[in-house]
Ligand binder design. Structure first.
Ligand code: ADP
Ligand code: ZN
Length: 720
């Protein structure tokens, strides 16, 4: 009898065996539907010897129902799925689920039905219908998505469909994408760029595993250079994946890409409509999608013929996924390239120490771009010692910074102020009793957002209207802001420079591709004098008139004792400084600090990158931190605090006694309450050679936990 093992997406059930009916053709990687109890599920045919499971006796096997009309997942991708599950101690079912990101959508036909307003009116208008119709102006999507947009139930919209107010539109999910052309608009490269590009082009042609660190100062033309590798892949008819850290940066990238190649790339991110998602998935699997630019999840798509992977701004924190399968997309990108036997380019002006170390030890090839394109100079950096040059009472900008901004305004140039804090103030108190506004679901303060008049939790998304009176003592109009957020800085700019046009740029204001495009157009068109922004403005943007960057509080990221605090501060400040003077006018950077002697601040001021990395290397070596040692976290959570604590203690009580792995804790996790769950943590510090994952799997595998307890492992956690 012909039996196969299926990887299914339910981690609790594990892999299951099925019978292949006579005449049905399946191979490893085939995506099939099969019965499970009364339901139908989707599964991937897997090599049984690579996927341990309970062998069902022949007589009990149920037949596979159908092979879905998508190409079988290639062996290279199946090995990546196995590796990811193994390395990150995650259920393989959950990794596989990311690959079939459109899940059930696979089963459907190539067309889907979307709806849009027809222009007609309902027989009877209700408040809900009116609300929905206003919200859906100009929208076209599936009923489910429209309901989400409009904030009403599906039933309300079905009613509108029945009355002809919403009309159906058939969308062909197999309609082709416009084709990019390698020679559409080729740039003339500078000498150092030619050399770098040549190295990449050669590697693409050779089609072997080859990891590169493209280490180039801000404005050196890293994008321009890796575009040459993209062009080569296009010529050879191979697919390219470019990973970007933020959707907000994508707009800029899309435009440059289209200018260079004559057509936009295929985009992949979490807010794609389901029709676009299905269209992209199918085109990627069949090989029609040439270049895919996406968020980290694009790594797990079933490329038919991948020839190159690029990770731009490879040092970025947002490549680390922090829920579900906790993986680092930068590292998985290298593994994907290894399984596919293709080159991978990690591009950054401020590489992570881990990446630099890989380059130094010869595992990655380092390709350097040492100077800015077109003779643009790197900006002048100086420190503003806030203990000496004090801002006026109730202000945050030192007089020197204010004066420089004024000079820019007079010359018609732009300034950028960087502060990595959304909202008006990080903490809000009652003026009368000192009550602190705190999230009820998380151990975090609520942050006042004045523009939207809300108190918001930045961890769980909880929002509430600011209360009229103090919840504790009843004092009316009691809220006092403590410390600055970007909105407060924008207010201060308006006071100092009343005629300046100020834009606040955060994930709150730049929350869609349209708004990102609008911002870029305004900033480039000279309609903005001062940009006040969070880390969102530190990278990617290229505004020629921007000649002054002010770092409002360089010490901010250094607080909290995080092991990566210094590196992150270095990266953020160096990146934001890199926005200044990218055109023909020289740039200047003022860094406000209370610790001008701290090694990272001094290194920034002296433009001495090597000094910073050397100091950081020593600190990491002493701490047994990456790249010299490895860390992993075991996080235990429950809605019941005692249950979480007991489970964490049970894990701690069975800790293995090993020479090469130290176990710390359990202790309350840094966010001890998150989204209504209490969290405890054990930290593991291992020598590089230790079999860390094996130890964790055996250790946790031997324990049972109450239903309400969740245990997850974070291998190579980003911050702790
Ligand atoms: P990076 O990614 O290193 O910060 P970019 O690739 O964004 O640098 O390049 C900086 C600016 O210089 C961009 O506006 C880019 O178009 C321009 N540029 C770089 N190299 C060239 C070139 N060879 N020809 C024309 N423009 C270039
Ligand atoms: Zn919260």
């Amino acid at each position: 009898m012909n039996r196969v093992r299926l990887l299914i997406f339910n981690a609790a059930l594990g892999p299951l065996d099925y019978r292949v009916p006579d005449g049905m053709q399946v191979v490893p990687g085939s995506v099939v539907s099969a019965p499970l109890g009364p339901r139908q599920i989707i599964g991937i045919v897997w090599e049984a010897e690579r996927l341990p499971g309970e062998a069902v006796p022949d007589a009990k096997l149920r037949p596979i129902l159908d092979v879905l009309p998508v190409p079988p997942l290639r062996g290279e991708l199946r090995r990546l799925i196995e590796w990811t599950a193994d390395y990150y101690c995650a259920p393989i079912a959950h990794v596989a689920r990311m690959v079939l990101a459109s899940g059930g959508a696979l089963k459907g036909p190539a067309t889907m039905t979307e709806y849009r307003l027809s222009g007609g009116l309902p027989e009877r208008m209700t408040p809900k219908r009116e609300l929905a119709m206003a919200a859906l102006e100009g929208e076209q999507a599936t009923i489910r998505e429209l309901a989400e947009t409009a904030g009403v139930s599906d039933a309300v919209l079905r009613g509108l469909v029945n009355q002809g107010v919403l009309e159906p539109v058939e969308v062909d999910c197999d309609r082709p994408y416009p084709q990019a052309r390698a020679d559409h608009d080729e740039p003339v490269l500078e000498e150092s760029q030619v050399e770098a590009a040549g190295t990449f082009v050669e590697a693409v042609t050779a089609r072997q595993f080859a990891p590169f660190l493209l280490d180039g100062v801000t404005g050196s033309g890293k994008t321009e250079v890796y575009f040459e590798a993209v062009a080569e892949a296009l010529r050879l008819g191979r697919q390219v994946l470019v990973l970007l850290p933020e959707i907000a940066l994508t707009e800029n990238f899309l435009r440059r890409f289209e200018e260079r190649f004559g057509a936009p790339p295929v985009t992949w991110h979490s807010s794609l409509k389901s029709t676009e998602r299905r269209r992209a998935w199918r085109a990627i699997a069949t090989g029609h999608a040439q270049v895919v630019v996406g968020a980290r999840s694009a790594l797990f798509l079933p490329y038919a013929n991948l020839g190159l992977v690029v990770v731009d701004e490879a040092h970025e924190v947002s490549f680390k996924q922090d829920d579900g399968v906790r993986y680092n997309a930068r590292d998985v990108a290298v593994m994907r390239a290894r399984f596919e036997k293709i080159p991978v380019i990690l591009a950054s002006a401020t590489p992570a120490l881990e990446s630099l170390q890989m380059a130094e030890s010869g595992i990655y090839t380092r390709v350097e771009l040492a100077s800015r394109y077109g003779g643009a100079t790197l900006p002048d950096i100086s420190l503003v010692d806030l203990t000496e040059e004090k801002p006026e009472r109730g202000r945050w900008l030192a007089p020197r910074l204010a004066k420089e901004m004024e000079a820019r305004l007079e010359r018609g140039e732009q300034s950028l102020l960087f502060l990595n804090r959304r909202g008006y103030a990080p903490l809000t108190l009652c003026r009368n009793c000192g009550f602190r506004f705190q999230c009820s679901n998380c151990s975090a303060w609520l942050v006042e957002h004045r523009f939207t008049q809300k108190l918001a939790c930045h961890h769980c998304g909880h929002e509430e209207a600011p209360p009229a009176t103090c919840p504790d003592c009843g004092e009316p109009d009691c809220m006092v802001a403590c410390g600055p957020g970007v909105e407060r800085i924008a207010d201060e700019v308006a006071e100092i420079l009343p005629e300046a046009r100020v834009a606040v740029v955060t994930s709150d204001t730049l929350n869609s591709p349209e708004r990102a495009a609008q911002f870029v157009a305004q900033a480039e068109g000279g309609a903005i004098d001062v940009i006040v922004g969070t880390q969102l403005v530190t990278k990617g943007f290229h505004f020629p008139e921007l000649t002054l960057v002010g770092v409002v509080d360089a010490d901010l990221g250094l607080e909290g004792g995080d092991l990566r605090a210094a590196e992150r501060t270095y990266q953020q400040v160096a990146q934001v400084a890199g926005r200044a003077g990218r055109g023909s006018k020289p740039g200047e950077v003022l860094i406000q600090t209370r610790h001008p002697d701290a090694p990272v601040i001094a290194a920034l001021a002296n433009g001495d990158r090597d000094a910073f990395y050397e100091a950081e290397t020593e600190a990491r070596r002493d701490a047994g931190a990456p790249p010299f040692g490895r860390w992993a976290a075991i996080i235990v959570s429950s809605e019941d605090e005692a249950e979480a604590r007991d489970a964490a203690r049970a894990i701690g009580g069975t800790r293995p006694d090993l020479a090469d792995i130290a176990v710390l804790g359990p202790a309350p996790a840094p966010m001890a309450l998150l989204r209504g769950r209490y969290r405890y943590r054990l930290l593991l510090n291992a020598r590089r050679s230790a079999e860390l994952q094996d130890v964790i799997r055996k250790w946790l595998g031997a324990l049972d936990f109450p239903r309400g307890v969740r245990v997850h492992v974070d291998v190579d956690p980003y911050s702790f």
